[in-house]
Design a protein around this ligand. Structure first.
Ligand code: PMV
Length: 313
């Protein structure tokens, strides 16, 4: 069974867990699932296997395989399944470069594995299961805009939000495809320990989320961009207070260029995740101006992606 799930980028970030094991967040997050970056994962039950056989992007890497096996074990124990599987996963996203490959990877794995085990789960259940593997994966079950609520084990799942805004775009600026300096899990843990700053983050992100929903409903790109940018900067300030930084010189150079573009009247705003790459938040009418301005970078212009789904072939 082969499933495809798309990458999502948070406009209001998830940063920090109140329950490490259940992966429950301290605050709700809001994302946009895009069309151009995705993961295809094929899972086949093989009764002859005595352990899972995993290939990710053409190789079998023990560290990456471990997280996949952990997730398969969780699904097996939850639904009382004994079979081992063959997993072949291909990302059209550079792995671990802050391009949210874990979100699309674990959403695709969850869908493909549960289908291979003949479980027909609801999107809510798929979102919950994906969350156990990677928080942001809970949101990649849904295309377009989605909110991942705080809640408890049962209710902390993503849900789609009904905003139809085809002009909304995210342009990925490929700054660096190399691996990030610290895993988001480790950096989150350290951030949460910084209690004073962390509490402020939780409080502010709730305010940001409310404002973001209003801005999205009004299709007000200036407000959406400003709120997202402020929220991302707040998260990165918090991260940097721990001594970890995901911003490189190149990221800062690109950010300066976005500010320059804005002084020229172009509606371009940025967000960044646990990696050096920049995502530019904009609308259709501005795309060519932005891509031309960043002609020395590889750019990927993204529209809304679909829900995770089964692909036939
Ligand atoms: O789901 P994780 O552990 O990969 O964490 C993702 C965290 C950010 O990408 C930085 C923010 C987000 O909400 O996606």
């Amino acid at each position: 069974m082969k499933a495809r799930a798309y990458v999502n980028f948070a406009l209001i970030k998830y940063w920090g867990k109140k329950d490490e094991k259940l992966r429950l967040p301290f605050q709700a997050s809001l994302s946009f699932t895009i069309d151009k970056l995705f993961t295809d994962t094929k899972v086949t039950v093989n009764k002859k296997l005595i352990k899972d056989k995993i290939t990710i992007n053409g190789i079998s890497d023990e560290r990456l395989n471990k997280r996949v096996i952990q997730h398969l074990n969780l699904i097996r124990s939850k639904y009382n399944i004994k079979d081992y599987v063959e997993v072949t996963s291909v990302n059209n996203v550079p792995t671990s470069a802050g391009l949210a490959s874990s979100a699309s990877s674990f959403a695709a794995l969850t869908l493909a594995a549960t289908k291979a085990f003949n479980l027909n789960l609801s999107k809510e259940e798929l979102s919950r299961l994906s969350r156990y593997a990677s928080g942001s994966a809970s949101r990649s079950i849904f295309g377009n805009f989605a909110i991942w609520d705080v809640g408890d084990d049962k209710t902390s799942i993503a849900r789609p939000i009904d905003i139809n805004w085809p002009e909304f775009k995210i342009i990925v600026l490929m700054i660096d495809k190399s691996k990030k300096p610290a895993s988001s899990t480790d950096a989150m843990k350290e951030s949460v320990e910084n209690k004073l700053l962390y509490d402020e983050w939780v409080k502010q992100s709730k305010i940001d989320l409310d404002k973001m929903l209003i801005a999205l409903n009004n299709k007000d790109i200036k407000s959406v961009g400003e709120i997202a940018e402020k929220n991302a900067n707040h998260m990165h300030d918090l991260i940097e207070s721990t001594g970890i930084t995901y911003k490189t010189k190149e990221s800062l150079k690109a950010i300066d260029k976005i500010h320059e573009l804005r002084t020229k009247g172009v509606l371009a705003y940025y967000t960044m995740d646990a990696g050096p790459n920049i995502k530019i938040i904009t609308i259709d009418s501005e795309v060519n101006k932005i891509v031309d301005y960043f002609n020395e970078y590889e750019t990927i212009v993204c529209s809304k992606g679909k829900d995770a789904h089964i692909v036939l072939n």
